[in-house]
Design a protein around this ligand. Structure first.
Ligand code: SF4
Ligand code: SF4
Length: 103
């Protein structure tokens, strides 16, 4: 899968898995359309329909600046998040729900 460096510097694979598994995060009741997929996720394009206004939790750079900038380096935070990406992808594959974009 192609990896692209987003404007915030996070090497996202645009797999969309995180947006298809919002039931795994603690604010899921506000985003889950009922099957774990975010209400803002567009299946046809595999993208977020509110990307510019997405919640802080979905915005890794904003989340880092607000909660982790004084705790760890950006590169360490990216590595931690990439581990979460891999965990979500593994879970999705095991559950057969990985259709393949986006965070
Ligand atoms: S980035 Fe957009 S589609 Fe993905 S979980 Fe956040 S709000 Fe939903
Ligand atoms: S899980 Fe989300 S943030 Fe991670 S690579 Fe896939 S689309 Fe990007």
């Amino acid at each position: 899968m192609e990896i692209f460096l987003r404007e915030d510097g996070f090497p996202c694979a645009a797999c969309g898995v995180c947006c298809r598994r919002v039931h795994t995060v603690n604010f899921e009741h506000t985003l889950n359309r009922g099957d774990g997929v975010c209400i803002n996720f567009v299946e046809e394009t595999n993208k977020c329909s509110i990307y510019a206004q997405r919640p802080e939790f979905c915005n890794i750079a904003a989340y880092y600046d607000r909660h982790y900038a004084e705790v760890m380096s950006w590169s360490a935070f990216v590595q931690l998040n990439l581990q979460v990406c891999e965990m979500l992808k593994k879970q999705a594959m095991e559950n057969g729900v990985d259709k393949g974009t986006h965070r």
